[in-house]
Design a protein around this ligand. Sequence first.
Ligand SMILES: *Cc1c(COP(=O)(O)O)cnc(C)c1O
Length: 298
Amino acid sequence: MSEPIPCKSTIEPLSSYFNLRTKVDVLRLDLVHPVVSGNKWFKLKKYIEEAKRGQKKLVTFGGAFSNHLLATAAAAQKEGLQSVGIVRGEEPAILSHTLLRARSFGMELQFVSREAYRQLHYPENLPAILPGDSLVIPEGGYGYPGAKGAEAILAENETGVYTHILCAVGTGTTLAGMICSAREGQQLIGIPVLKNAFSLREEINELLPTEKKNAFALIQDYHFGGYAKKTEALLSFMNDLYSRSGIPTDFVYTGKAFFAAMDLVRNGYFSEEDKLLVVHTGGLQGNDSLKKGTLIFD
Ligand SMILES: *Cc1c(COP(=O)(O)O)cnc(C)c1O
């Protein structure tokens, strides 16, 4: 990998393509890096700094289609660190595209049963399976270091002019970082991509200082059936968005966030004076599992 990490993100207009009365712009974190896409680079930054200080191996967790696992593998290789990915579920006969790519970046994959994987969430169960020189990154990069790294997302560009900032939410670590670095009065809106994400608000609050707790909105209506679930309406929205604006999205995260943004604007959630910034968090390789031709872009 010769691409420098990170390249700078850019802000592009969106409302003109859709003839919207509220101003909507996009923060293109997807342009930061082709694999360590967008928000993952920011979330990993502090963990990587710590690992480099102690020459530690990066160890992290995820399912067979985890953007986080792949991003960790790519970032580790780039930074000259070893990486281990603990994968949920027995080793399949055919590895997913994501896992093959993670392995190609030098990540050692260890498969554990779903039952054993659940147990790993208790830190006291970890040392038994890990080498002593590991730096453990929680699933999805969730945690203070992850949120701390994500604070830099809004600082790279002129984001102070926006009244609202919206992004897709998995663990909420990225949103938490942006809540911390937002200017006073700016409203943060998270679009959970998981169904029944009831504990999410608490998990995000956990990463926030007292005065920022609950200073954000979570809108639970745009999960399209749950994690990595999709509908025809979502896919055709993504194609329409691309044909109008040239902005590619993925069906797991950003497609849902952009759909939500457009829907909220049309339904009067924002006033005409509001200015919305949609954060494109990257993750385009999520589309690799779609049948070829489903999307008009790759
Ligand atoms: C991982 C990911 C997210 C979720 O980030 P969290 O910090 O876990 O909320 C959002 N968008 C994309 C493209 C991702 O890959």
